[in-house]
Design a protein around this ligand. Structure first.
Ligand code: EPU
Length: 443
């Protein structure tokens, strides 16, 4: 089968943003109380894409009401999926019985990274898939060669022309050693392999909890998958077809980590509920090393800070290492710790831009390449800052909580891509803040 890039997708109408979301946070309040954590964005995205693997109805529970999920649901609807979304209940029912195109609409696909996750399921079920280069946070070059090599190893032809990717072919199980344990790369290859003929073994796979949540979801559809996390290995025996399911998403460990850090930076007492404490091990270890008191229960974690924090070094790494997604918020916390902290970002090469926003708030943060050196504690002051990406937005919000005076956070809609009601929940814990819309300035 040849790969066609001619099948240009229809562009659904997408309104250009005319208003900008802004938050105002008045620093100085000590956060106290409990917050319930929602379902994980980075598990929801592949699992929603994986509903394309079956014509039966899949009901997904604990789905976060955030912008990236709404775009993913729009994308699936555009392709012909029947989607019933009940945001108040956190439930989505999806039936992909009548998928009319194997191509994603560019205007939606370019808005987020998760769009590329439809490639594996479309290829597996229909033998054809094409999409635009995915968008997402601007935190590095974010290639997709791991995905493409995986599809090729399974027997697909893959073409990449003018920022469009297309893959086609009948898939056959293969042994695949990933160059890097890419999170979405592993997910796409698993989803491609579940309906392939024979056995696929993926080595050097990502074992992030969200990947394993996808594995659990696929098993609930009838997929045959075994994994050995210590060896970073997954074995997938292809099956001829998959069926529907009801599945509850895992809690969002990154949302949970963000609230723990909000508690810590305000020298507060915050409990995150409905979490898997084990997913937060590396973050808890660093909080304890910095001098926070952390108590774990079966489904909750409490942080209390009642003495000065001390500097710690952080080195991001693939799970179970320290998550790159909490590097920025943790650095905000380190501006309040005594001494010099060295933060090394090893997963994404361009995830340090937020440091300049922290500097503008009075933090002593120097950046060289992907390393930040923080000397604390600094007296932070409110000013106008920008949420350059999702987690950068969380980082400046945390810094604002610890700053004197008011901080205006621009481009706050970026935060709403991945956090449900972050500003409201911080206020429920005692923060003083508000969200508004500004008329967007002309480009
Ligand atoms: N990489 C390659 N080739 C590839 C893919 C990745 O070289 O084909 C490299 C990247 O350049 C990067 C590293 O591998 O240096 C890790 O990238 P990965 O593919 O694992 O990241 P991702 O799948 O694009 C997901 C999450 C990110 C999260 C990372 C790391 C989703 C939708 N996104 O991205 O989430 O930071 O894994 O865990 O699952 C966020 O939630 O804010 C976010 C950015």
């Amino acid at each position: 089968m040849t790969v066609s890039l001619i099948d240009a997708p229809a562009r659904p109408p997408v309104e250009p943003p005319v208003r900008e979301r802004v938050y105002t946070i008045r620093g100085g309040a000590r956060l106290c109380g409990a917050v319930q954590i929602g379902g994980a964005k980075n598990a929801a995205l592949p699992i929603l894409a994986a509903t394309l693997l079956t014509a039966d109805t899949c009901v997904i529970e604990n789905v976060p009401d955030i912008a990236d999920i709404r775009v993913m649901l729009d994308l699936l609807r555009h392709m012909g999926a029947d989607v019933v979304h009940e945001p108040a209940l956190g439930r989505v029912a999806i039936t992909c019985a009548d998928i009319r195109t194997r191509t994603t609409p560019d205007a939606l696909a370019e808005r987020f990274r998760g769009s590329f996750l439809v490639m594996g399921p479309l290829l597996a079920r229909f033998g054809q898939a094409s999409t635009a280069r995915p968008g997402g946070c601007n935190i590095g070059s974010r290639p997709v060669d791991v995905h493409s090599k995986g599809f090729r190893a399974l027997g697909a032809e893959v073409a990449n022309v003018d920022h469009r990717f297309a893959a086609s072919g009948r898939l056959k199980g293969a042994n695949i050693l990933l160059d890097v344990p890419s999170h979405t790369g592993t997910e796409n290859i698993i989803m491609a392999a579940v309906l392939a003929d024979g056995l696929t073994v993926i080595e050097n796979a990502s074992i992030e909890p969200e990947v394993l949540d996808l594995v659990d979801f696929l098993r609930s559809l009838g997929a045959r998958i075994a994994w050995t996390p210590t060896a970073r290995q997954l074995a997938i025996q292809g099956v001829p077809r998959l069926h529907g399911t009801v599945f509850r998403l895992m809690p969002d460990r990154l949302e949970a980590g963000t609230y723990l850090l909000a508690g810590a930076i305000t020298r507060g007492d915050v409990t995150v509920e409905r979490v898997v404490p084990d997913h937060l091990r590396s973050v808890i270890a660093k909080l304890v090393e910095a001098g926070a008191q952390v108590d774990e229960a079966e489904h909750s974690v409490r942080v209390v800070v009642d003495r000065p924090l001390t500097a710690v070094d952080v080195h991001t790494y693939f799970y179970p290492g320290f998550p790159t997604d909490l590097q920025q918020p943790f650095t905000a916390l380190l501006t309040q710790a005594h001494g010099e902290s060295i933060v090394q970002e090893t997963v994404f090469e361009a995830r340090m831009t937020y440091a300049y926003e922290l500097q503008r708030m009075g933090a002593d943060v120097g950046v060289k390449g992907a390393t930040a050196v923080v000397n604390g504690p600094s007296r932070l002051h409110g000013t106008t800052v920008t949420a350059h990406d999702l987690r950068a937005g969380a980082a400046v919000m945390l810094a604002a909580l610890a700053a004197e005076g008011d901080t205006l956070i621009r481009a706050a809609h970026t935060v709403e891509r991945g956090y449900n009601r972050l500003i409201d929940n911080l206020c429920a814990l005692g923060a003083v803040g508000s969200a508004d819309w500004l008329e967007a300035l002309p480009a």
